[in-house]
Design a binder for this molecule. Structure first.
Ligand code: ADP
Length: 426
């Protein structure tokens, strides 16, 4: 099974988002964590998850090109550079510089830049990005601490990040479908443009754009525009019709949830779980010591682990208690302390035979994945939108049988109230 689509994503949850989109549209997909060092797993698509969104430009470029190199060596026929659907970047980068470097590596002169994802409220009209009913620059993103987006005109935004010229394929053309989009892109490329922003306000637009880019060496955008790409590979006879793209090895064994997210959604999910399964709520304010917190969890879990229902171990707390711990230790130290405790708890759960683990919280997931030595995640079916079950392979388990565990990494705000039970349901 040859690799078809090689993707480089500029952050971890964005990578999962893209991988899930590809699986839903019929490609098998593995998410690899960090620049690949060894041989790549077998899949129709591979998404390399980097943390390059806010890294220094030179580092983001170097890592992205190294990831692309590994994907090309593995046979990737097309590269996809995935960034956020709100085009998170600054005038320095990293979208422009990374795209420039990838185009150069591929010897290509033109690529699209399309972060639109109408189903999630991200639409582009006349080159302006909207978040729901608001311009990007009035969506709250203008106040982002790292990548404030104060300009909604993506032609202008991208122009500031590259020495290449940026054009627009406007709504009136996109509306006419793939052939018209292709003609317009050819015109732009012949007119010396290196990039095109494309208007898109519906999934039909994204499908047409995807189809028009079938022969492009590089596609850049959000996960929305990837929905049209599996169809291209099928049309070219390279990808079989699959109904089993989301198939993972059989999930059985002990189950658990570790929660470090303090988002409203996660707090609600913990509240719901409390009425149905054993829940331990660690109090980091009373015990501001990672090792002692982990010890409390280990003592508590004794005799409670089951294959029928999860145990939930949470450090999550309401805003006033989080603020109190942050005041005591400083914000970063408070976060790290809890992440360290939960990573230790996750490692112990796995050591005691847990093979199905849900982790709530983006940073918390990062800490757990690192502690477990997970190197790649095969993407399965979604539990709730944006949160798939995955099958994790780790350095520790490499070659061992049975290798890996099932992991669901839930970004804080995702998931319905019953998520922690639903994840382990039939
Ligand atoms: P989300 O996806 O909701 O943003 P994250 O895991 O990314 O969740 O971030 C939550 C952060 O809050 C983590 O760094 C975690 O360690 C920290 N945290 C969790 N519980 C507490 C607590 N009780 N007090 C202070 N910080 C906490």
């Amino acid at each position: 099974m040859p690799l078809l689509l090689g993707c480089v994503a500029d952050d971890f949850t964005g990578a999962t988002d893209l991988a899930s989109m590809l699986v839903k549209n019929g490609m098998t997909c593995v998410q690899v964590i960090g620049v690949p060092t060894g041989p790549l797993p077998e899949a129709d698509a591979i998404v390399v998850a980097l943390k390059s969104r806010t890294a220094p430009v030179a580092q983001a470029v170097a890592e992205s090109v190294a990831a692309a190199e590994a994907l090309l060596v593995a046979g990737a026929q097309q590269l996809f550079f995935k960034y956020c659907s709100t085009f998170d970047s600054t005038d320095e980068g990293n979208i422009g510089p990374v795209a420039d470097a990838l185009l150069k590596r591929l010897g290509a002169g033109f690529a699209i830049a399309c972060p639109a994802f109408p189903a999630n409220g991200r639409s582009i009209y006349q080159g302006h990005l909207f978040v729901g009913a608001h311009l990007l620059s009035e969506s709250g993103m203008e106040n982002h601490p790292l990548t404030p987006m104060k300009d909604s005109d993506l032609v202008r935004v991208l122009s500031r990040q590259t020495d290449g010229a940026v054009g627009l394929v406007p709504f009136a053309v996109v509306e006419q479908g793939a052939a018209a989009i292709r003609r317009e892109m050819t015109k732009l490329a012949e007119g010396g443009r290196r990039y095109a922003i494309l208007d898109a306000v519906s999934d039909a637009h994204l499908h047409a754009i995807g189809e028009a880019c079938a022969n492009h060496a590089l596609i850049t955008g959000g996960s929305g525009v990837a929905m049209g790409l599996p169809g291209n590979f099928r049309a070219a006879g390279l990808l079989a019709e699959r109904s089993d793209a989301a198939a993972l090895p059989q999930a059985e064994g002990l189950c658990a949830v570790v929660a470090g997210s303090c988002s409203r959604a996660t707090l609600g999910q913990i509240g719901f779980a409390r009425d149905h399964v054993p829940v331990l709520e660690l109090d980091a304010l009373a015990t501001p010591d990672a090792r002692a917190l982990a010890q409390q969890a280990l003592a508590w879990m004794d005799g409670k682990l089951s294959a029928e229902r999860p145990v939930v171990i949470a450090a999550s707390a309401p805003p006033e208690r989080v603020a109190a711990l942050q005041q005591k230790l400083g914000r970063d130290a408070a976060g790290l302390l809890v992440e360290e405790a939960l990573a230790a708890v996750a490692a112990e759960l796995v050591a005691r035979g847990v093979t199905r683990l849900v982790v709530a919280g983006g940073e918390t997931s990062g800490a757990v994945v690192q502690r477990l030595g997970v190197t790649s995640l095969r993407i399965g079916a979604e539990i709730d939108p944006g949160v798939p079950w995955t099958f994790a392979e780790s350095r520790a388990a490499a070659g061992a049988a049975p290798a890996g565990i099932h992991l669901a990494l839930k970004s804080g705000n995702f998931g319905a109230r019953d998520f922690f039970l639903k994840a382990f349901g039939p």
